[in-house]
Design a protein around this ligand. Structure first.
Ligand SMILES: C[S@@+](CC[C@H](N)C(=O)[O-])C[C@H]1O[C@@H](n2cnc3c(N)ncnc32)[C@H](O)[C@@H]1O
Length: 218
């Protein structure tokens, strides 16, 4: 993944953050062997940040959209409070199979349920309330996912959406491909939405952190 800030700063930040556990390093290595797009997983720094979000929010009901090989779901599962659960939605059965293998090899298997199918169908089958949602699937559907999960989100709940800087392409007016345009529109849409407060974090490929205002009735 292209570095968006001062060259080397992400490595410096990783070197000065708590290391990822050995089992997640092995998942990264296995993903590099099995996938031609291993950079899709959030990696060390963002994985530790997701764990920290979960430790701060202490959510009982987490939804992840985009499982891939299970790295981010496991990062979050590490910090779940007693009784906390993650449902993670994945359209690709092969990704889901690999993720299940990775998850089954950890002590967190009873905290994570993978549901295979299009995320919009997965969301339609949820009842809520959700406390925390991590959006990290196909970029063209980000606004649809956001609108579908917001009513299910507990007032005061949080959403984190990944890749909102898209290697910096969102700032480059010459980049007009569908994914870049969708992320640009998502960023504009969320930051102008009165139902929430949003802060864009420039960690890795950009994370939009969204807080549903506590007085917004689901
Ligand atoms: C960027 S990867 C997720 C990485 C993962 N969150 C991690 O960090 O370990 C995106 C995943 O979303 C899945 N995906 C793409 N479109 C989807 C859809 N419509 N519904 C559910 N999953 C989808 C892809 O198959 C891929 O596994």
């Amino acid at each position: 993944m292209e570095e968006l800030t001062i060259p080397g700063i992400e490595s410096y930040a990783e070197a000065n953050s708590t290391p990822e556990p050995r089992y997640l390093q092995l998942i990264q290595e296995n993903t590099r062997r099995l996938s031609d797009a291993p950079q899709m997983l959030v990696g060390h720094l963002e994985g530790r940040l997701l764990k920290m979000f979960v430790a701060m929010i202490r959510p009982l009901h987490v939804l992840e959209i985009g499982t891939f090989t299970g790295y981010s779901a496991l990062s979050m599962a590490e910090a779940l409070p007693e009784g906390g659960r993650i449902i993670t939605l994945e359209v690709d059965p092969e990704h889901a199979r690999i993720a299940q293998e990775h998850i089954d090899a950890t002590p967190y298997a009873d905290r994570i349920e993978i549901r295979v199918g299009h995320a919009m169908d997965g969301i339609a089958n949820l009842h809520g309330p959700l406390d925390f949602v991590f959006i990290d699937a196909d970029k063209s559907n980000y606004i649809r996912y956001y609108e579908a999960v917001l009513p299910l989100l507990h007032p005061g709940g949080f959403i984190a959406a990944d890749n909102v800087l898209w290697s910096g392409d969102v700032m480059d007016a010459s980049k007009q491909d569908a994914d870049t345009a969708a992320l640009r529109e998502f960023n504009r849409y969320v930051s102008h939405d009165d139902r929430v407060e949003a802060v864009m974090l420039t960690v890795r490929d950009g994370i939009m952190l969204i807080h549903k205002k506590p007085d917004v009735v689901p």
